[in-house]
Design a protein around this ligand. Structure first.
Ligand SMILES: NC(=O)c1ccc[n+]([C@@H]2O[C@H](COP(=O)([O-])OP(=O)(O)OC[C@H]3O[C@@H](n4cnc5c(N)ncnc54)[C@H](O)[C@@H]3O)[C@@H](O)[C@H]2O)c1
Length: 322
């Protein structure tokens, strides 16, 4: 099939693009190389893809005009582009979240709507997979959290991810854009973004720094390995599933921050030096997902165990970030 991956130079988008190429799909990757973290890291992630048969990189911002022609004959759009991270989404930082999460998604949906109206029954598009987030739930009232829990984000980031998810539903209901939203729970693995906790604690330990631990370490996360997230995207593209479906994607390995710090120390063979800091606004106490819907509707389940996934990420950082 021909796929469009937005955010193809990012952590999840680059891993997804590689997997699609592995199985023989044609991939158009689009990325604006935003400055949220060092664009050189994104260029390094996408470089191995650009030499591969079937891959085309389009350097463009979804907010601009001019890229829409890449949608020709695209059967599946994997919309991974966005402005991630909770902490930078307060104050004036919010503008970039509205632009890159909400407005950029609206521009994509409009382009897909126009294409469907032009092509009618011949429209090639079978699926739009939207990268949603567990952050839409906030401190969810029910744990494990299922998709029927009413979302109540704790951060401006979560508000923009939820608004964009709703927008996908709006275009699905009004114009038949065949959207499925996957709500990822904290994604980790090789290539993880440098602002994320696991990445930072590995680098701090390797390079003689200290890991600023926000809060007392009791906060719990349902960590999800990036290969499981990629598999969920492929399932959402390949199986028959009702447009407008939303599904949690989580590894099922709830772990406290304190235990994660211990596990990383065990893999590296030396304890993570911790710098205790006060808790941060927007950080929730616990995330844990009920993934029954993804199992039933997509035939998907996570397969990467936490210890195995951490070892893979540590090995990746040792190899790629000397
Ligand atoms: N990593 C996680 O734990 C996690 C959890 C839940 C949801 N998500 C969502 O998954 C998606 C991918 O996350 P990631 O961790 O890979 O982030 P990332 O920052 O590594 O990747 C996002 C990519 O999108 C690109 N981009 C941003 N705005 C763009 C625009 N307007 N036009 C074109 N390209 C643009 C960026 O340059 C970047 O390369 C995001 O939408 C994020 O909100 C991630």
């Amino acid at each position: 099939m021909k796929a469009l991956v937005t955010g193809a130079a990012g952590f999840i988008g680059s891993r997804l693009s590689a997997r699609l190429l592995d199985r023989g799909d044609e991939v158009v990757g689009i990325d604006a190389f935003t400055e949220y973290y060092d664009p050189a890291l994104k260029r390094a992630q996408v470089a191995p893809l650009t030499g591969r048969d079937g891959f085309t990189l389009v350097e463009a911002d979804l907010l601009d005009d001019g890229w829409q022609e890449v949608l020709d004959d695209v059967e599946v759009v994997f919309h991974q582009a966005g402005q991630p991270g909770v902490r930078a989404s307060w104050a004036t930082g919010f503008d970039a979240y509205v632009a890159r999460n909400l407005l950029a998604t609206q521009r994509l949906l409009e382009a897909l709507r126009e294409r469907r109206e032009d092509d009618g029954a011949d429209a090639a598009l079978r699926r739009l997979v939207y990268a949603s987030s567990s952050s839409i739930y906030g401190d969810a009232m029910r744990q494990p959290t299922d998709e029927d829990v009413i979302p109540a984000p704790m951060s401006p980031y979560g508000v923009t991810k939820l608004a964009a998810e709703h927008l996908c539903g709006v275009y699905s209901r009004n114009f038949g854009v065949p959207c499925v939203a996957l709500r990822y729970f904290t994604v980790y693995g090789g290539g993880q973004r440098p602002d994320m906790a696991l990445h930072r604690m590995i680098e701090a330990t390797r390079k003689g720094g200290r890991f600023p631990r926000f809060g007392d370490g009791s906060q719990e996360r349902d960590l999800t390995h990036v290969d499981d997230v990629v598999a969920a995207n492929l399932a959402a593209a390949d199986v028959e599933v009702a447009p407008g479906t939303v599904a949690n994607i989580a590894g099922g390995t709830q772990v406290t921050l304190a235990r994660l710090i211990e596990l990383v120390g065990e893999v590296l063979g030396t304890p993570v030096p911790v710098d205790p800091q006060p808790g941060q606004p927007g950080d929730v106490a616990r995330t844990s997902a009920d993934t029954s819907r993804a199992r039933q509707a997509l035939g998907w389940k996570p397969v990467i165990a936490l210890e195995e996934g951490i070892a893979e990420q540590v090995a990746w950082q040792q190899r790629q970030l000397p």
